[in-house]
Design a binder for this molecule. Sequence first.
Ligand SMILES: Cc1cc2nc3c(=O)[nH]c(=O)nc-3n(C[C@H](O)[C@H](O)[C@H](O)COP(=O)(O)OP(=O)(O)OC[C@H]3O[C@@H](n4cnc5c(N)ncnc54)[C@H](O)[C@@H]3O)c2cc1C
Length: 375
Amino acid sequence: MDFEVAIIGGGLAGLGLAIQLSKAGHRVILFEKEQYPFHKVCGEYISMESWDFLESLGIPLDEMKLPRITRLHISDCNGRVLQQKLNPGGFGISRYTLDDQLAAIAKLHGTELMQGVKVSDIQFENDQHYLKTSSGDFTAKVVCGAWGKRSNLDIKLKRPFIENTKLKTRQYIGVKYHVKLDFPKDLIELHNFEDGYCGISAVDNNRFCLCYLTTAQQLQQNQNNIKRLEDRVLKKNPLLDNYFSNADFLYEEPLAISQISFARKQAVEDYIFMAGDSAGMITPLCGNGMSMALHASKLLNIVLTDYLNGSISRTQAEKQYDQLWRENFSTRLSAGRVFQKLFGNPTVTNLTLKSLSHLPALASKLIDLTHGGPF
Ligand SMILES: Cc1cc2nc3c(=O)[nH]c(=O)nc-3n(C[C@H](O)[C@H](O)[C@H](O)COP(=O)(O)OP(=O)(O)OC[C@H]3O[C@@H](n4cnc5c(N)ncnc54)[C@H](O)[C@@H]3O)c2cc1C
């Protein structure tokens, strides 16, 4: 079957783009390997910069009475806390709810939504993409890679960041729970432990998201056992000990992902326009990957609209998108990589937080570096 745009991956970048292009009347197909609604490893704190854009896509945020988060507490590995105001801060919504609602909106506007369908190969020939999927073969004029941090397609396409990751960069794992506990809804807490950090904040449905990132090495040292890792490493921070011991955990098993890396990637590769984590992933402690994914979908929509309407060539579209991507996100990604180095090492973390507690203006500036304005 023949489409103008094929989007691979139905997270925030893919769904955001599908809605915009479908609304404008383009023939769009979106492949998502899972079935909505589904849970995803994510801290579920969205910075306010995305509020207006999400509403413009059709999510009635105002009506949803979501928790507004305006305070940040960061603890060092011993549980000493730095308090910071977040201005404008963010809000909490589960990916279970958000992605499901966006998928419904995309479908409503005419996106051919292929759920439970995995793309296994993409070839480009004679200005046309050929896709192999678990539900047959498709062709499209444009392909958008919105498949997230790491996918089978990164390996298939032999993307350079996969090789670089093996050689140089650290690999991380992410674990997430939804819990019930007595906790303020306007607060996000970020607690450090050896080789990682754990965030807690409110989401919809009177739940809290408890999500952490640590190194693959730390998990290996704990016999690849998440419970043991939590008991022996995370609970050394007394604040985390309190949450892990007293919260009501709502999943039978934790949701976990591996092979996370923050290696540099390209925004356009093999004639594929990448958006969201597949173009570059910001470290989660910046709490901003979701906004970047949504913002990238807006930038890509502008460029693709011009290309599909025939006012620019494919080469021009690729150049323009690559440039826009760098202008908007490169500084934030670099700042995120630097901050990642400051967290997780107990001595460095303790020292950083101690210094920042005397310099609140600097702390605010650093947070600003990882955030953007409304788009
Ligand atoms: C531990 C952790 C905590 C985080 N906390 C936050 C936070 O609090 N706030 C924040 O803003 N960001 C946070 N992030 C980052 C945020 O989750 C991502 O930046 C965001 O989800 C990126 O959206 P995306 O659309 O690019 O990818 P995703 O949301 O990952 O979507 C990609 C989709 O592609 C699908 N897919 C993959 N391969 C294929 C295939 N071959 N065929 C079909 N479908 C495929 C996947 O199933 C997936 O649904 C966190 C990340 C981690 C790891």
